[in-house]
Ligand binder design. Sequence first.
Ligand SMILES: *Cc1c(COP(=O)(O)O)cnc(C)c1O
Length: 379
Amino acid sequence: MLKRYLLAPGPTPVPPEALLAMAMPIIHHRSPDFLPVMDSAKKGLQWLCQTKNDVLILCSTGTGGMVGAVNNFFSPGDKALVINGGNFGERWTKICKAYNLGVEEIKIDWGYAVKPEDVENALKKDPSIKGVFVQASETSTGVYHDIQALASIVKKYDGTILVVDAISALVAHDLKMDAWGIDVLIGGSQKGLMLPPGLAFVGVSEKAWAFAEKATSPKFYFNFKKERENLAKNQTNFTSPVTLIIGLNECLKIVQAEGLENAFARHARLAHATREAVKALGLEMFTKESPSNSVTAINAPAGLDGQEIYKNLRVKYGITTAGGQGHVKGKIFRIAHLGYAGTFDVITAVAGIEMVLKGMGHPIKLGSGVAVAQELLMA
Ligand SMILES: *Cc1c(COP(=O)(O)O)cnc(C)c1O
């Protein structure tokens, strides 16, 4: 037997309370049994997204929420400004193009964060840009983009909304939807929310709802106006993913018991300890600035294949992490500390990295990274 550890940036481990709740018999989504379940999920998500706005619950992965954000708020020919600093930024461009938006990109070298003044300048130059699309945490590079700064810029333009993919950032980073002025905030179930894959969440501001009134892109499955009407009745437009929503309530209870600020602080602490431990092994961060609290991206040491490190962690020690995506495949590997994660997840990851690197012939003093993590995470 090989005991398994899931330390990937999605899916993430699911707490036993949620697993148990999801093992209960299915209830019918149009029966009165379901109404309080949906009501509680709806309110919990508003709390999590720090908003009074509607937070829609969609039965899809996170990407479905991204697609819905494009086809519900924009029309063919509308101008989109995409902040593309990684694989998921690239996904914004692909979705916008699929719906015939005109895309202008701010390309950022992988590992770096967007400079808010570049967005400011782009909007000044072309105020007809209707949407600014960004990731909060760019999972492929381990970078956090400064959403507060971006929101303060976009807020000044009545004809522009800020669309934030916070799929890997929710629960790990403070994202004040209302206070900062985020227009569309997208989350997913299998990341910080500690659930299986299958739910997307979309918070929508009043400014964005006004865009929805004018948007002519085709829509059927993801129809946010219909979802909004249904949400008001504690329903979803089509069959509700009842099991996942029951699980969602359990996970929200866990985050509520911890407190939002404490959840952010826990993720920041785990991320910091991971970085310091790995640096103590002589490894370099792939992320050059503004590291995410959700995932740590590490350069493979010279001469070693990042995919081999990732594969050895899984095959030899049962630790599932992530390799590199796109053009950095083979050059990096990534460790998540997201959702149902604590001290010994970091220690497991660091110990595993030490053992794998030593096994690959890299000079490592066993325990030297672990000791740093222990020092930083001691209660
Ligand atoms: C995981 C993730 C997504 C969505 O991926 P799905 O496979 O559709 O759930 C989107 N953006 C970011 C930043 C992610 O980390």
